[in-house]
Write a protein that binds this ligand. Structure first.
Ligand code: PHE
Length: 344
C-alpha cells in the first residue's frame, strides 16, 4: 500500500468519523462511533495493521498522522460526550423536578385552637409574674364548687337550672374557683397561682352563651395583699392581652367568695361600644369578676385570715378569645367547622 493511499484512507476515516460523531444524538450512539473508529478492532486499528508494508520513513509520517487523527477524534468524542451528558442530565432534572416547598398532598398542617392560643399566652404571662399553673377536676364536689367558696345553699347558682348535677351528688364544675381551695389546701400561703380550664353551665345556648366554656382563675395570697395589688395585676394583664388601650370600668360585684367584690368590664371591642349581640347591646362586656378573697374562704382552705390576705379573679377565656379575634358567635368555637378553625 503506497503511503499516500494510507494517508488518504486515514483522512477519509477521520472525516467519516467526524460526520457520524456529529449525527450521534445519544450517549449510546456516540459510544458506537467511538468503538467503530478507535476500538481495538476499529477502522484506525485496521489501517495501522498495514503499516508493516511501508518504508520506515513513510511509516513514521503515516504513524504521526494516525496519532494526530486519533487524538483529534478522542478530544472531539469527549467534548460531544460532555455535551450529550449535560443534555441528558437537564432532561432528567426537568422530568424529575419536584417543589420541596409545596404543601404535601393529603394532610394539611394543623394549628392550635384559638382558645388554646389565648390560654398559652396568658400562662406565659403569669408564669413570668411568678404564678404557678394549676389544674383541678372538671367533675367536682359540692363542697369545693359551692360550700367552701361560701356560696350558701339558697344561692341561685346551686339551682338545677344552672348546674349539671350528677346522680352521685357531684357536679360539673360551674367555675374554676374550686381550684382556689385546692391550691390553698395543697400549698398554703404565700401563693400565686392561675387555673385555666373548662367549666359547665346549664345555659340556653345563643350567640354569647354556651353550656361549656373556658375560664382562667387567678389568686394571690400573701401578707397584706390589698386592692392595690389586685389593680396592678389586672392592669398588667389587660395591657398584655389586648396590646392596646382598652376602656375599662369597675363596678361593685357580688360573689360570696370575695369581699369586696368587683366586676371589671371592658368596652366591647367588636362594636366599639355602640351595641351588638355580643355585648347584649350595652356596649360593655363583663370580662373579669374579681375581689379580695373572703376570709371565710381562707379559713376553709386552712389559712388564717388574720395573718394572710389575697385577691382572686375569674377571667372568661372564651369571652376573651371572642374579643381578641372578633368572633361574634360563641358557638363557632366548638362547632367543628374547619373553615372557622383554619383561620387561626
Ligand atoms: N367564679 C366566678 C364565676 O365564674 C368568677 C370569679 C372568680 C369572681 C374569682 C370573683 C373572683 O362567676
Amino acid at each position: 500500500m503506497p503511503d499516500h493511499d494510507a494517508e488518504h484512507i486515514i483522512s477519509e476515516l477521520h472525516a467519516a468519523s467526524l460526520a457520524s460523531l456529529e449525527q450521534a444524538t445519544t450517549l449510546d450512539a456516540l459510544e458506537a462511533v467511538r468503538v467503530e473508529a478507535l476500538g481495538r478492532k476499529g477502522k484506525l486499528a485496521e489501517v495501522s495493521k498495514s503499516f508493516g508494508k511501508l518504508a520506515p520513513e513513510e511509516r513514521a509520517r503515516v504513524g504521526k498522522l494516525l496519532n494526530t487523527v486519533k487524538q483529534d477524534l478522542e478530544m472531539r468524542l469527549e467534548k460531544r460526550q460532555d455535551a450529550l451528558a449535560s443534555v441528558a442530565r437537564d432532561a432528567r432534572l426537568e422530568s424529575e423536578w419536584i417543589d420541596l416547598t409545596a404543601p404535601a398532598p393529603g394532610v394539611r398542617p394543623g394549628s392550635l385552637h384559638p382558645i388554646t392560643q389565648v390560654q398559652r399566652e396568658l400562662e406565659d404571662l403569669f408564669v413570668s409574674l411568678g404564678f404557678a399553673i394549676m389544674d383541678g377536676p372538671e367533675v367536682e364536689t359540692e363542697h369545693y364548687n359551692f360550700d367552701a367558696l361560701n356560696i350558701p345553699a339558697d344561692h341561685p347558682a346551686r339551682d338545677a337550672q344552672d348546674t349539671f348535677w350528677l346522680k352521685d351528688g357531684r357536679l360539673l364544675r360551674t367555675h374554676t374557683s374550686p381550684v382556689q381551695l385546692r391550691a390553698l389546701e395543697k400549698f398554703g400561703p404565700p401563693l400565686k397561682m392561675i387555673a385555666p380550664g373548662r367549666v359547665f353551665r346549664n345555659e340556653e345556648v345563643d350567640a354569647s352563651h354556651e353550656h361549656t366554656f373556658y375560664q382562667l382563675e387567678g389568686m394571690m395570697v400573701d401578707r397584706d395583699v390589698s386592692v392595690a395589688h389586685l389593680l396592678y395585676f389586672m392592669k398588667t394583664l389587660l395591657s398584655a392581652i389586648f396590646h392596646r388601650d382598652v376602656t375599662v370600668r369597675l363596678r361593685p360585684g357580688f360573689f360570696p367568695f370575695v369581699e369586696p367584690g368587683f366586676e371589671l368590664d371592658i368596652q366591647c371591642l367588636i362594636c366599639g361600644g355602640k351595641g351588638c349581640p355580643v355585648c347584649k347591646h350595652s356596649g360593655w362586656v363583663e370580662l373579669l369578676p374579681c375581689g379580695l378573697v373572703n376570709p371565710a374562704v381562707l379559713r376553709h382552705g386552712g389559712v388564717d385570715p388574720e395573718q394572710w390576705s389575697g385577691f382572686a379573679f375569674g377571667l372568661g377565656l372564651t369571652r376573651l378569645a371572642m374579643m381578641r379575634y372578633g368572633v361574634d358567635d360563641i358557638r363557632l368555637f366548638a362547632g367543628g367547622d374547619l373553615r372557622f378553625l383554619r383561620q387561626f
